[in-house]
Design a protein around this ligand. Structure first.
Ligand SMILES: Cc1cc2nc3c(=O)[nH]c(=O)nc-3n(C[C@H](O)[C@H](O)[C@H](O)COP(=O)(O)O)c2cc1C
Length: 179
């Protein structure tokens, strides 16, 4: 079982990083971690070269050189994004836009069968429903790629401490293991 953990927060030591670190410790022998905030990444330019050539993306950046191969080879991907203005972070959006090349020109997914996506949204708001739009979008989006998808909203994530995450950490770890 290969697990890929992706932190899509722009903050190096925020709530999403706290979750990412805790999961990395738990799955140390079978996981890889990507911090999008440490990579050079560029948005999709809609050049459609991937469709014309049935290839991966031609953009020369760290998503092309480091992320695609890890996404495609992982059995379980854990993507952690903050709720930013009611949706996912801009780093997570750039990454998901770059999924464009992960379908063939005849719209078939390039992920092998039985791959999984565990999507976690950390948010400041106390009401989990506040994150509903982002997580229901994520579920639909990743399922279009054939990824069995589970989502969690982690509320009460303050900018100043990790208390909101700490009380949910056991639940997060249990769900990631069971999924
Ligand atoms: C620019 C910005 C916009 C935000 N928008 C929302 C929001 O719409 N809803 C919400 O619940 N929290 C919002 N937050 C709070 C973050 O989602 C929350 O603090 C999150 O845990 C930050 O993740 P991080 O610590 O991993 O960076 C926002 C934070 C920032 C900086």
């Amino acid at each position: 079982m290969k697990i890929l953990i992706i932190n899509a927060s722009p903050r190096k030591n925020g709530n999403s990083a706290f979750i990412s670190d805790a999961l990395a410790e738990k799955y140390a022998d079978k996981c890889e971690v990507i911090n999008l905030n440490q990579l050079e990444i560029k948005p999709c330019t809609a050049c459609r070269s991937c469709k014309a050539n049935n290839s991966l993306c031609v953009i020369n950046d760290d998503i092309s050189t480091q992320v695609y191969s890890k996404l495609l080879s992982a059995d379980k991907i854990v993507l952690i994004s903050p709720n930013i203005m009611g949706f996912i972070s801009s780093l997570a959006k750039i990454l998901t836009d770059r999924f464009y090349c992960l379908k063939t020109s005849d719209r078939k997914t390039k992920f092998e069968e039985n791959k999984k996506m565990f999507f976690i949204l950390t948010q400041g708001a106390a009401d989990r429903n506040h994150g509903e739009m982002a997580v229901s979008w994520a579920k639909k989006f990743f399922e279009q790629y054939g990824l069995k998808t589970f989502t969690m909203v982690i509320p009460n994530c303050s900018y100043d401490n990790h208390d909101g995450v700490k009380i949910k950490l056991d639940e997060i770890k249990m769900n990631v293991s069971m999924f």
